[in-house]
Ligand binder design. Structure first.
Ligand code: GTP
Ligand code: MG
Length: 610
């Protein structure tokens, strides 16, 4: 076996917000890959519009720096559990990883998940205790917890022998021992060179695994991955090997390697390096690209199964076609199936109806990000409430379960445990830091988490953080009865006015303000009772020839609670939908006409309503 001693390939893995992307900033800045006057800002790698807005990494991405003549290919990964598929997608490109752990939070459920993935692939981790600049950091304790995690997960003694660095990514400082004053992150680079094995390479005909795809309006599709064998050069003939082993012939256009945020065009690249090539019009992540001389497929990337599903369909609201550019079943279907090329843990299925498709993903956020992306591209459609995906194995019904971690104040403990026990959660761990802060850990079926986020934020008045990590499948725990309140439903089409909305606010919370166009069956608020009630929010005070606005003077409305897309998806029940267009997010009953809804409900319930 030969090695490329001039290269190191590392992935940066951690729980959400532990500072991965900020550490990449520090590495890029110290490597001086930017011009002195170039304004690069923070979280440089989070360039996606939604990544910037949400302040989280959604897609794994590549960059590279050169340190003492060695190129370090860096793969930044997302920490949110819903994007675990991204970690699984790219981890095969790396030989080592930096496992970041926040100096206050310590190892979290997703730290465990990604460390397990890294160890399973035989990666050599370097532990980075990050944010050592934070007040109240408890570095020694965090290191002890991290060691315990390695003890729990490692399968061989040499995995327990990991180097540790103490880092402040925001200050760009790394030290190997506490108490030493650091000046930059050189110790991190030195540690990578010393501890991460250089890539092993095989000589022979070209072979590469496709781990990512990009698109350039001039160059077309860009195929990204690690070369495992041989070399690739401009104009080389290659074959693409699909999952079903079928083969298509192509010619390589250009070849690029990474440096900083740029791709550098090179004449050829060799095994061990991470490259981007053009010329393959049709390719999917997980495919192998190889020389036609030896068209052998590499093992395909395995990603975890989706755990939640929802339907997505053509917009059937009375406002359909008004606000979107693409909305036909054919357009929607084409776009969804295209997403499968890059979104590895997503599944799309046709249903009995040609207008509706089934979407399966790794969590509510995974699906919500796709929905938000489609809406910004100009699509309009409707989606249903997410449901946990159950499986039937040997005649037994199984359902996904997760670990739920909550960090909040002591005072909310009672209300949270009560809410969660109704959702079949079991408290598995509880820690108090002695300053009113509490961490609770629960074991909970995925179905119990659907609709929980909004309730959680309200119950903790925004003073809580919740995280979930997929654990596995367990026997069905039984059904959960919904505890959500009923809704306030518009009784007719028109423009909502202050007078009508004021009436609605006498019944509960409203989701819309005056001037909003509504239709019959659209949800305009939440009732303070369990039933749905129809309300005429377009009703003026009295019908005179005078402009109604004067009659509204003196009425002070409470500002509406405007639900974000994620909140809307989290809110709806089974008999409701979210209508998504580039301009609006509306909630609606599936059955729009009140007469139809009354016919549809069970007789017992009807008697309550009357
Ligand atoms: N005080 C302090 N804050 C830090 C440090 N490193 C990161 N942060 C902050 O932590 C927050 C999250 O940082 P990110 O770099 O986005 O974390 P991440 O791990 O990339 O997050 P995801 O990609 O969403 O999982 C940001 O507000 C950073 O400014 C550090 O060393 N010290
Ligand atoms: Mg990040």
């Amino acid at each position: 076996m030969n090695y490329r001693i001039d290269i190191r390939n590392i992935a940066i893995i951690a729980h959400i917000d532990h500072g991965k992307t900020t550490l990449v900033d520090a590495m890029l800045k110290q490597s001086r890959v930017f011009r002195d006057n170039q304004k690069v800002g923070e979280l440089i790698m989070d360039q996606g519009v939604l990544e910037r807005e949400k302040g989280i990494t959604i897609m794994a991405k590549n960059t590279a720096v050169v340190y003492r003549g060695v190129k370090i290919n860096i793969i930044d990964t997302p920490g949110h559990a819903d994007f675990s598929g991204e970690v699984e997608r790219v981890i095969s490109m790396a030989d080592g990883c930096l496992l970041l752990v926040d100096s206050i939070e310590g190892p979290m459920p997703q730290t465990k998940f990604v460390l397990r993935k890294a160890l399973e692939r035989g990666l050599k981790p370097i532990v980075v205790i990050n944010k050592i600049d934070r007040k109240n950091s408890r570095i020694a304790e965090v290191l002890r917890f991290t060691e315990n995690l390695f003890l729990e997960l490692s399968s061989s003694a040499d995995q327990l022998d990991f180097p540790v660095l103490y880092v402040s990514a925001t200050e760009g400082i790394a030290v190997t021992e506490l108490g030493v004053k650091g000046k930059d992150i050189t110790p991190l680079f030195e540690c990578i060179l010393e501890k991460v094995p250089p890539p092993q390479i095989e000589t022979g005909p070209f072979q590469m695994m496709v781990s990512n795809l990009d698109y350039d309006s001039h160059k077309g599709k860009i195929t990204i991955g690690r070369i495992w064998r041989g070399k690739v050069a401009t104009h080389d003939p290659v074959v693409r090997i699909r999952a079903d082993r079928s083969i298509t012939h192509y010619e390589i256009g250009e070849v690029f390697t990474y440096l900083g945020l740029k791709r550098l065009e090179v004449a050829e690249a060799e095994a061990g390096d991470i490259v981007a090539v053009t010329g393959l019009e049709e390719v999917s992540i997980g495919d192998t690209i190889a020389s036609p001389e030896r068209p052998e497929a590499l093992p395909r990337i395995e990603v975890g199964e989706p755990t939640v599903e929802m339907t997505i369909g053509v917009n059937t609201s009375p406002f359909t076609g008004r606000e979107g550019y693409f909305g036909t079943a054919r357009q929607l279907r084409e776009r969804l199936y295209k997403e499968l090329e890059t979104n590895l843990s997503l599944r799309v299925q046709d249903t009995d109806s040609t207008d509706t498709f089934l979407l399966k993903g790794r969590g509510e956020l995974h699906l919500a990000i796709l929905i938000e992306t489609l809406r910004r591209e100009g699509y309009e459609f409707e989606v249903s409430r997410p449901e946990a995906i159950t499986k039937l194995v040997d005649g037994k019904l199984l359902e996904p379960v997760e670990t739920l971690t909550i960090d909040t104040k002591d005072e909310y403990m009672g209300v949270l445990t009560e809410m969660l026990s109704k959702r079949q959660a079991q408290l598995t761990d509880m820690r108090n830091d002695g300053h009113d802060n509490i961490r609770l850990e629960f074991h909970i079926p995925t179905k119990g988490l659907i609709g929980f986020r909004n309730a959680f934020l309200t119950a903790t008045r925004g003073e809580g953080i919740m995280n979930t990590t997929f654990l596995g499948y367990e026997a069905w725990h039984g059904a959960i009865t919904s505890t959500r309140n009923g809704t306030l439903v518009a009784s007719g089409q028109g423009v909502a006015v202050t007078y009508g909305l004021n009436n609605a606010q006498g019944r509960g919370l409203t989701f819309i303000g005056p001037g909003t166009l509504v239709y019959e069956g659209m949800i305009v608020g939440m009732n303070s009772r369990p039933q749905d009630i129809a309300i005429n929010v377009c009703k003026e005070k009295k019908k005179t020839n005078m402009r109604s606005s004067t009659s509204d003077i003196g009425i002070k409305l409470t500002p509406p609670l405007q639900l974000s897309l994620e909140q809307a998806i989290d809110f709806i029940s089974r008999d409701e939908l979210v209508e998504v267009t580039p301009k609006n997010i509306r909630l609606r009953k599936k059955l729009l006409a009140q007469s139809q809804r009354l016919r549809d409900i069970a007789p017992a319930q009807r008697s309550i309503k009357q």
